[in-house]
Design a binder for this molecule. Structure first.
Ligand SMILES: CCCC/C=C/CC(=O)SCCNC(=O)CCNC(=O)[C@H](O)C(C)(C)COP(=O)(O)OP(=O)(O)OC[C@H]1O[C@@H](n2cnc3c(N)ncnc32)[C@H](O)[C@@H]1OP(=O)(O)O
Length: 280
């Protein structure tokens, strides 16, 4: 039976056994062995708080160290929302020490995901702005549910903030320079067909097939010998990751200065207020 690696916390990682209702397609039991599922679970919108970021890193570390796992499907437990991105309340009205701790956790998660030896497949079953999009971009393959509400992209400029250079690098490495430049400047959130067209996701499938498709894709990636695939992944990604590793502290200092500016605090507060007022 499924084994909880993180018990009762915000993120559930478990050895994968799909529920009987899901079609297994061509997957044999052996294909499914060694595949974990990390389900983001921080209702209502799966915002990436310091706690979620920390739990995510711990879950990944456990999976990396447990040699029975070779692949992870990253998905959401919140209906219609993959992740609302970084928790804006962590970046508003807090102390410098808090900002520093938060940003280090964001960096740590990105580095862990981006350089993971595991095969990471994003099963994107909801809207995915900013940090939510970033998480999916760190994966090796993205499957997005075909729902016009499920926009995906790095929309930071629309909040009046700037996506850090390593967010930008991750996007450039996925969609190319020109598409990334336009998407970043305009803060574009792409609906599924557009996201597929520009290469932000690899596949768009009916909502009820996201998980089974992710499993089929996983089987294909796991058919490649680990050592060759892992070294190739490192070849492709390490230069990008190294740019952050070499200047992590400077990147934190830059974030502290940036986020502490009155103008940025004002922009973030206004954006949060807008979100809150939407309901009223
Ligand atoms: C300073 C440099 C840093 C640069 C890097 C930034 C990267 C980021 O990730 S910034 C975050 C960007 N995220 C967004 O722009 C998404 C904002 N959220 C939404 O667009 C919507 O909430 C949604 C489409 C994800 C979901 O819409 P839905 O109608 O279902 O829910 P809401 O009523 O809007 O939200 C419910 C609840 O959650 C609060 N909330 C939403 N997103 C965030 C967030 N990212 N951080 C913190 N809180 C968030 C929202 O205010 C509502 O709160 P209340 O229930 O208290 O009103």
């Amino acid at each position: 039976m499924a084994q909880d690696l993180v018990d009762g916390l915000l993120i559930k990682a478990r050895s994968h056994l799909p529920p009987p209702s899901e079609p297994l397609g061509k997957l044999s039991k052996r294909d499914r062995k060694g595949v974990a599922v990390i389900k983001l679970k921080n209702p209502p919108v799966n915002s990436l708080s310091l706690e979620v970021l920390t739990e995510f890193v711990i879950s990944l570390e456990k999976l990396e160290n447990d040699k029975t796992f070779r692949g992870v499907i990253v998905t959401s437990d919140c209906p219609g929302i993959f992740s609302a991105g970084l928790d804006l309340t962590e970046m508003c009205g807090k102390s410098q020490a808090h900002y520093a701790e938060f940003w280090r956790a964001v960096q740590e998660l990105w580095l862990r995901l981006y350089l993971s030896n595991l095969v990471l497949i994003a099963a994107i079953n909801g809207v995915s702005p900013a940090g939510g999009c970033l998480i999916s971009l760190t994966c090796d393959y993205r499957v997005l549910a075909d729902n016009p509400k499920y926009n995906i992209g790095l929309n930071e400029t629309l909040l009046g903030v700037v996506a850090p250079s390593w967010f930008k690098d991750t996007l450039v490495n996925t969609v190319g320079h020109r598409t990334a430049e336009r998407a970043l400047q305009l803060g574009l959130l792409f609906p599924p067909a557009e996201a597929l067209r520009v290469g932000m996701v690899d596949q768009v499938v009916p909502e009820d097939q996201v998980h089974s498709t992710a499993l089929s894709v996983m089987a294909q990636w796991l058919a490649v010998p680990d050592h060759a695939r892992q070294l190739t992944k490192s070849l492709m990604r390490k230069p990008t990751a190294d740019r952050l590793v070499k200047q992590r502290d400077a990147d934190i200092q830059y974030f502290l200065q940036f986020v502490s500016r009155d103008s940025i605090q004002k922009s973030l507060r206004m954006y949060l207020d807008k979100l809150r007022q939407k309901k009223g």
